[in-house]
Design a protein around this ligand. Structure first.
Ligand SMILES: [Zn+2]
Length: 274
């Protein structure tokens, strides 16, 4: 092993980006040329035959395309495009789409514990009237909708509430993670049927974006479904317990669940032709 002088070592350590473990999943730059399949679960899975969300379309724009996390199951892509069209119809502005999945899904070296099987999509609450320019698209500014224990009325409004309701009303959406303060606000202001509120699951963070999770595709034996969301609108005791102070999140560095054996073939498969 080469020994570096102490000062040189210190400057290298200071200049280095945060350590990110090399992952074959992050290094796969193109999808696996296999029939489309969501394998495993969002927190321990992978994705065969992924397709890319276009960088922009009616009502939506992807953020940080250089991260190469705009891949997903075709059904998730169709959902995002459908929600974008609904946002246009409702006059909501431009829907900013954050991470979907890597080209072959799998664990990401940073940012998420899930998004592994092509069922998850992050959508920002910010709704700019026009699409962002390239510079801001590549280094976007996140805006928290939460201030103290409640929402920030300076940035949260009817457009945000409508977008979440439209997403939750989609029959293929199984659950949506939002900050407890945001769920509380939607519980307070919702009018009409309240079944969609039950899909909103309080979770830490999720104050500048909401995280949409689709159900497993029908007839997909390799896709591991999550337990269904509890019945009711979830605006009562469960939400109160979150607002009182949520349970401690899983510690960083906790053992990550093993991927299904079928994911080895996804990693080993040739890439789709460009
Ligand atoms: Zn997410």
């Amino acid at each position: 092993m080469r020994v570096l002088p102490t000062m040189a070592l210190v400057s290298i350590v200071l200049a280095a980006p945060p350590a990110v473990a090399a992952s074959p999943w992050a290094e796969a730059t193109a999808p696996a040329a296999l029939p489309t399949a969501s394998l495993g679960s969002p927190a321990a899975g992978c994705l065969a035959g992924a397709v890319a969300l276009p960088s922009a379309g009616p009502g939506f724009q992807i953020l940080r395309p250089a991260r190469n996390r705009y891949w997903s199951h075709p059904r998730t892509i169709a959902f995002v495009e459908r929600l974008g069209r609904a946002a246009v119809a409702a006059g909501l502005g431009t829907m900013l789409v954050g991470d979907l999945s890597q080209p072959r899904g799998g664990p990401m070296p940073s940012g998420h514990g899930s998004h592994q099987s092509g069922l998850d999509a992050d959508i920002w609450f910010r709704l700019p009237p026009l699409p962002l320019g390239d510079t801001e698209r590549d280094t976007p500014t996140a805006v928290s909708m939460v201030r103290g224990a409640g929402i920030d009325p300076g940035v949260w409004g009817a457009g945000q509430a409508r977008l979440v309701e439209l997403a939750a009303g989609d029959s293929e959406v199984e659950r949506i993670f939002v900050n407890p303060a945001i769920k509380a606000e939607l519980c307070r202001t919702a009018s009409g049927p309240r079944t969609w509120l039950g899909k909103l699951r309080p979770w830490w963070g999720h104050d500048e974006h909401f995280h949409v999770r689709l159900s497993c595709p029908a007839g997909a034996p390799g896709c591991v479904a999550q337990a269904p969301v509890p019945a009711g609108d979830g605006c009562g005791a469960e939400l109160e317990s979150w607002l009182a102070g949520p349970a401690v999140p899983r510690k960083k560095g906790a053992a990550t669940p093993a991927l299904p054996a079928a994911c080895s073939a996804v990693l080993a498969a040739p890439p789709v032709a460009p």
